[in-house]
Design a protein around this ligand. Structure first.
Ligand SMILES: [Cu+2]
Length: 628
């Protein structure tokens, strides 16, 4: 049994939940498990639990009835007792692995597909890599009758171990009904040559020769953090690691020990959605607008990490477990990597007498990597000795590819090898940040730097000040970045003043980000409406977890943040949640091929008036043998 209500569900608990559902006869051959997540306690339930009240630990099981085309949300205790059953009419299940496999098998078994491949010089469907993609755009006329459909981009695999993405089959796609595994359409365009330039990247094939001397990270006295179940203590930080089949890595209950006073900073932080809109209108590209979190369950694709490769140094790994759609339990060893790393100097000053003070900085890293088809996403949470927190997504893997019709122009793609295109696209993340700065009641301010025109207020022309605007309602709190104004957003606790009488706070500092290129009235624009503001603020509601709604698959759009915030709830001095949209506009480079070097996007959370001094000044100097 678990020792904390926020611990991820263990393999044993998941088994008991599935067994309980089966023995209650609630589940039969018609059902698949879309998602099994911890039924997270609310803030008040957690407070009651901390005060000694008993709390029923339970799973939230999303069940898909394939015959009735019905989603049900079922709360099942980890003892296997069904607590509640709620149907969600109209909701559609994300793509589930058994369905995807059956759909691929149906596509590959269809003789028309084999014939079409033969016309392209491919003798066997075994030499073809097909993927199942949701319709991220209009479903073809005649097929748009509410069925759950996927389509199959495909690539030729000339040899075992070939990089298939070098060989897209640009003129053939199969559309399959996910629930019945019926091939409902084969889309065959006029022949486009299959790009032929191989793009190997396995060491076996490339014999890479650029090598450096060994770099060993050793911590002879051990690491400076402790892991107690899922709770981490490092330096003055404490927090809990969470994990979920949908969002993957989560962070709970972040606090900082400020000279003996443990001060709350965040209750729950996650990357609640990731959507990748594609910008090439070509037949093989325009529908590739996938919600990797909401339509697939990002956590399902979590890698098992390896020491010395994925992570270096004194590592502690955490294992996770998940329930597959058929109710079997899968464990992922080494799913989450915990370690600390040197991060250069924390601060330094040489004074007028020549005296030097310098501190080396270190950071704690909690990370996890997923592989979703062609792409890898690393989620890295960093905790620093100056009281700041950073999230960084590391994007790597292989860009999606298209075959070029020699008679056409492709203004929305990069040609990376002759006839081989990488379409323009954006990776857009949504962070859900339930911050609790010294308590749950907080307000959010937007801070802009502003310069007055030359005149009595600005006689020398160089004066500037800051303008602080309270984001008092949900409609007022839908904001975009403004680098020219050095804009940031500050979460303050108006009930807690610092030593100079200002409310204590943390600021959200935007990093590199992007703005959606898809039109708002497009299918993806409607479905991912959250993309059109970098910041949203909502009053905390534990039922509001996913910015594009709980069920984005084939959704008509408008769900999630646009829907909730239409209520225009007040936000002042209340329990607020910040939603930060960030990402990158990926105009593929030839140098992103064949495997893209890591691209980084993210944001910082930094204390502003939260501490009395820089917490970095409490950091002791390095020992002399380590600092000559
Ligand atoms: Cu990309």
């Amino acid at each position: 049994m678990s020792n904390h209500p926020l611990d991820p569900l263990s393999a044993a608990e998941l088994s008991a939940v599935v067994d309980g559902l089966r023995s209650s006869k609630a589940l039969d051959h018609r059902h698949l498990l879309s998602m099994v997540q911890l039924h997270e306690p609310t803030k008040s339930e957690l407070d009651e639990w901390a005060a000694g009240r008993e709390l029923v630990r339970a799973a939230l099981v999303t069940v898909w009835n394939r015959e009735a085309a019905l989603i049900s949300e079922v709360v099942v205790s980890v003892g296997g007792e069904v607590i509640s059953w709620t149907d969600v009419p109209g909701a559609q299940s994300p793509v589930l692995a058994p369905e995807a496999n059956e759909a691929l098998a149906a596509a590959k078994a269809d003789p028309r597909v084999a014939e079409a491949l033969a016309r392209r010089g491919i003798a066997s469907v075994d030499q073809v890599h097909m993927e199942t993609w949701p319709f991220g755009a209009q479903i073809p006329a005649g097929l748009d009758d509410g069925r759950r459909l996927i389509w199959t981009p495909m690539w030729h695999r000339p040899d075992e171990g070939s990089n298939v993405y070098a060989h897209p089959i640009g003129d053939l796609r199969v559309i399959v009904d996910l629930d019945t595994s019926e091939v409902v359409a084969i889309e065959e365009d006029s022949l486009i040559p299959i790009p032929a330039t191989p793009a190997p990247y396995r060491a076996r094939d490339t014999n890479p020769s650029v090598a450096l001397k060994p770099l060993e990270i050793t911590q002879p006295e051990g690491a400076s953090f402790t892991v107690d179940g899922w709770r981490i203590n490092w330096e003055r930080w404490s927090f809990r690691i969470g994990w979920c089949q949908r969002e993957g890595l989560l962070i709970h209950d972040v606090a900082f020990d400020d000279n003996g006073t443990v001060r709350k900073i965040a209750r729950r932080m996650s990357i609640a959605e990731l959507v990748i809109p594609y910008g090439d209108p070509s037949p093989g590209a325009y529908r590739k607008n996938a919600f990797d979190t909401g339509e697939f369950g990002l956590g399902n694709y979590t890698n098992s990490l390896t020491l010395g490769c994925d992570c270096l140094g004194e590592i502690v790994y955490l294992d996770v477990a998940l329930a597959e759609a058929d109710g079997s339990i899968r464990e992922i060893p080494n799913a989450i990597c915990l370690h600390e790393e040197d991060f250069g100097i924390l601060w330094k000053h040489t004074d007028e007498l020549g005296h030097v003070e310098v501190r080396r900085g270190r950071r704690f890293v909690a990370s996890s990597i997923v592989t979703v088809n062609n792409y890898e996403y690393g989620y890295f949470w960093y905790f620093y000795q100056d009281g700041s927190i950073e999230f960084e997504a590391k994007l790597t893997g292989i860009v999606l590819t298209l075959a070029a019709d020699p008679d056409l122009d492709y203004p929305s793609s990069t040609e990376i090898d002759p006839g081989l295109l990488a379409p323009y696209h954006q990776h857009i993340f949504s962070a859900r940040l339930d911050l609790d700065i010294d308590g749950v009641e907080n307000s959010v301010l937007e801070i802009d730097a502003v310069a007055a025109p030359m005149g009595p207020e600005n006689p020398h022309g160089a004066a500037y000040t800051t303008r602080s605007t309270l984001l008092a309602t949900e409609s007022a709190a839908q904001r975009v970045i403004d680098p020219f104004a050095n804009r940031y957003w500050k979460v303050v606790n108006p009930n807690r003043l610092n030593h100079v009488g200002a409310p204590v706070g943390y600021k959200l500092v935007p990093g590199h980000t992007t703005y959606p290129m898809a039109q708002r009235e497009s299918v993806i624009g409607k479905r991912a409406g959250f993309m059109y503001s970098h910041l949203w603020v909502t009053p905390n509601n534990e039922a509001e977890k996913y910015p594009a709604g709980d069920y984005p698959f084939q959704h008509e759009g408008g769900a999630g943040l646009p829907e909730w915030t239409a209520a225009d709830r007040p936000l002042e001095n209340t329990d607020v949640v910040l939603w930060y949209t960030f990402g990158t506009n990926h105009i593929p480079r030839i140098e992103d091929w064949p495997v893209m070097p890591v691209e980084r996007v993210g944001f910082h959370l930094k204390p502003v008036g939260f501490f009395r001094r820089s917490p970095g000044n409490d950091v002791a100097p390095s020992q002399p043998k380590h600092c000559h």
